[in-house]
Design a protein around this ligand. Structure first.
Ligand code: AMP
Length: 427
């Protein structure tokens, strides 16, 4: 077959998918413990949501969006991130009217036409939490603590919280000008992209990954001297709050992140075990996003974590994913005649809540020999095998084999559950 998955996207197969389920379980529990309610959002939105919300001059909007006309001629875009959609949904459904706040989370695929590499895909999965309606630094600290707590519960090690403030519309023009002045004086050392960014979005020059631009950006004016009084005190309170909770963080004046909507707090959590794509999560405050998409003033703070990368780091660090789901019982038909009875037993045990595997072949195709069935039952991890052969069929009984001890007893069909449960509770 020459049809393959498109470049930059991948299949998450059974050997990995159970790990994702574990990460999502831990995430859901942690979100609930922090008072965040799950929502399910569409994976495509009107293109305007992202061009206005994320920002026209960002890499995402300029060159990474999957945008197309639908059959009705409307421009739609596969979501490149979740925050804009979350704010859109909260506004559309009046979740934050009359000063109410909302703590929401979601997870699912995001789409960006990026250059694929390890840890960077064109479809990737994010978990995303947004706290809407609360302008104070307590919410910023809670969001950072929430993301860190998910990673702590997942057993991730060697992480670093990196923090910055990107100011607000009051103080950013002054800082922007200071950057333009500085970078213009160093223009000959900057890459083409950064020269292009100078006028349109000089803050983005700060996070250029090229070494020459990086060296120039390292010596650029820091935002801290330009923050207005309110942004300074917000930033100080966020730092104090993190310290109060025992978090160690590093300040990085070059952390501006690739989305225009951030105001004040910007942060990332980096893994020492990821190489170039080392961020497991990123987030911050976006007090003007709602207005930029035509809504009322609605402050917000949130984060998004990449599940692909989280699983990758956990694998590398040998973290636990809990137990891989496996059947408790395998039902084996020893003869063709016993197949009907084994199906009925399988169905009954499943309805009683057991995880049960059976050989689902039939006499015409696929039916496997008794030996082959026993072999795969042995390899399945099931603690019990229920065997029905001609003799059991005739007497309405089942041979129940304990795979841990090797003991086998023949019991009436109606006694199978009790036999398993009694033996299990004796262990
Ligand atoms: P961002 O929305 O760019 O702030 O990304 C938030 C998190 O999503 C990052 O810290 C990564 O863990 C993950 N992420 C972003 N882009 C990708 C990608 N192309 N492939 C895999 N994970 C990604």
């Amino acid at each position: 077959m020459d049809i393959r998955a498109p470049r930059g996207v991948r299949d998450i197969l059974p050997d990995e998918s159970w790990k994702w389920a574990y990460v999502l379980d831990v995430t859901a529990k942690t979100m609930a413990d922090f008072g965040y309610a799950e929502v399910h959002l569409p994976v495509f939105e009107q293109t305007e949501l992202f061009s206005r919300g994320v920002g026209d001059t960002t890499d995402i909007v300029e060159k990474e969006m999957y945008t197309f006309l639908d059959r009705g001629g409307r421009s739609v875009t596969l979501r490149p991130e979740a925050t804009a959609g979350m704010v859109r949904a909260a506004l559309e459904h009046g979740l934050c009217v009359h000063g109410a706040s909302a703590k929401l989370w979601c997870q699912g695929p995001m789409f960006r036409y990026e250059r694929p590499q390890k840890g960077r895909y064109r479809q990737f999965c994010q978990l995303d939490a947004e706290c809407l309606g609360l302008p104070g630094p307590v919410a910023d600290v809670e969001i950072i603590a929430l993301s860190a707590e998910i990673f702590r519960r997942l057993g991730l090690k060697n992480l670093e919280v990196v923090l910055n403030s990107v100011g607000c519309p009051n103080c950013r023009p002054g800082y922007r000008q200071a950057l333009v002045d500085y970078f213009t004086s160093k223009k000959e050392g900057l890459c083409e992209t950064c020269i292009g960014r100078l006028d349109r979005n000089p803050l983005r020059v700060l996070d250029c990954k090229l070494p020459d631009c990086g060296a120039i950006a390292d010596a650029a004016p820091a935002v801290y001297e330009h923050l207005c009084g309110e942004c300074t005190s917000h930033f100080e309170e966020v730092k104090a709050g993190l310290t109060r909770l025992g978090f160690v963080y590093k300040l990085d004046k070059r952390l501006v992140r690739g989305l225009d909507y951030y105001t004040r707090t910007a942060y990332e959590i980096l893994s020492g075990d990821l190489g170039a794509q080392n961020a497991v999560c990123g987030g911050g405050r976006y007090d003007n996003l709602s207005e930029s998409i035509g809504g009322p003033h609605l402050p917000g703070v949130g984060f998004a974590g990449g599940i692909d990368r989280i699983v990758m780091v956990m694998e590398q660090q040998g973290a636990s994913f809990g137990e891989r789901p496996q059947p408790a019982v395998c039902v084996v038909a020893q003869s063709e005649a016993a197949r009907g009875a084994s199906q009925v037993l399988t169905h009954r045990l499943r309805r009683e809540g057991f995880a049960v595997e059976q050989d689902a072949g039939d006499s015409s195709r696929w039916a496997r020999s008794f030996r082959a069935q026993m072999k795969s039952a042995g390899g399945s991890g099931a603690a019990w095998v229920c065997i029905i052969g001609d003799e059991e069929l005739a007497s309405g009984s089942v041979a129940v084999k304990n795979m841990n001890t090797g003991d086998q007893v023949v019991v009436p069909d109606a006694e199978v559950t009790r036999t398993i449960q009694t033996a299990t509770s004796e262990v």
